[in-house]
Design a protein. Structure first.
Lengths: 175, 81
């Protein structure tokens, strides 16, 4: 004989599990420190993906209509000048759907690092960036180590410099 | 089919399915994602993009209603940072 409490608890557990599974399919999880970004080469990005094997990689998601993104580009240019020779690769992924808006922004900024476009916003939807811009600092082993939601000028640059220095100091994994 | 457990499980499953299908389970599933805000960030979405026009509308409103203000509701922008 099943008690009334058991009869209610079991369907509720089942319903909670079903709801959690359904939500997980609707909302992919955000990429967090310790995780990994989807492979950029297979993400259908417009542009040439640079070689990142064994490098420290800063992947930044930006858009031409986002004011903090515009402010971040000169900072990334400085970081590129300071650390590219030591093994930092900066990849700026635009989520612009308009190719002309993307091209105009790049022509104005003239970034010295790689810029790509996510034309169908497929990669950014997989990564689930929490805000625009968001940058992901990936270590030499390909793991995301730091996430920077938003861009806050000097504060973000200071944090990035410290983190990049630390990651560049780590040994590359054996092939 | 007559077991109360099975009937309750079916009822709960139907409730969850209905909630998910009608989009009521979470507003996160339907809100505009950060990378989809290009149109919202456009200047044409800014209600105060014409300060002279806004002043004029405000003046007419004040003249007709003997009241002013209450227009500072945000609703556009890229929502960055």
């Amino acid at each position: 004989m099943v008690s009334a409490r058991q009869a209610i608890a079991s369907p509720l557990r089942w319903a909670a599990a079903a709801a959690a599974a359904a939500l997980a399919t609707v909302l992919p999880a955000q990429v967090a420190p310790g995780g990994a970004l989807p492979p950029l080469a297979a993400a259908g990005l417009a542009g040439d993906v640079p070689d990142t094997s064994g490098k420290v990689v800063l992947v930044d998601f930006w858009a031409s209509w986002c004011a903090p993104c515009k402010a971040s580009f000169p900072v990334y240019a400085r970081l590129n000048a300071a650390y590219a020779a030591r093994g930092l690769v900066i990849i700026a992924v635009s989520v612009d759907e308009s190719p002309s808006a993307y091209a105009a922004f790049v022509a104005r900024q003239k970034p010295p690092f790689a810029t790509l476009r996510d034309p169908k916003q497929k990669l950014v939807a997989q990564v689930q960036v929490p805000t625009m811009p968001t940058s992901y600092l990936v270590d030499r082993a390909g793991r995301v180590r730091f996430v920077h939601p938003g861009f806050r000028g000097d504060e973000t640059e200071r944090e990035l410099r410290g983190e990049i220095e630390a990651l560049l100091g780590e040994r590359a994994p054996a092939p | 089919m007559n077991s109360p457990r099975i009937r309750l499980a079916l009822l709960a499953g139907l409730g969850v399915a209905a909630a998910l299908l009608c989009g009521c389970a979470t507003n996160a599933a339907v809100r505009v994602r950060p990378w989809q805000r290009a149109a919202l960030a456009d200047d044409t979405m800014n209600p105060d993009r014409d300060p002279v026009g806004s002043k004029m509308v405000e003046h007419v409103y004040f003249s007709r209603e003997a009241a002013s203000g209450g227009r500072g509701v945000g609703g556009s922008g890229c929502g960055c940072n």
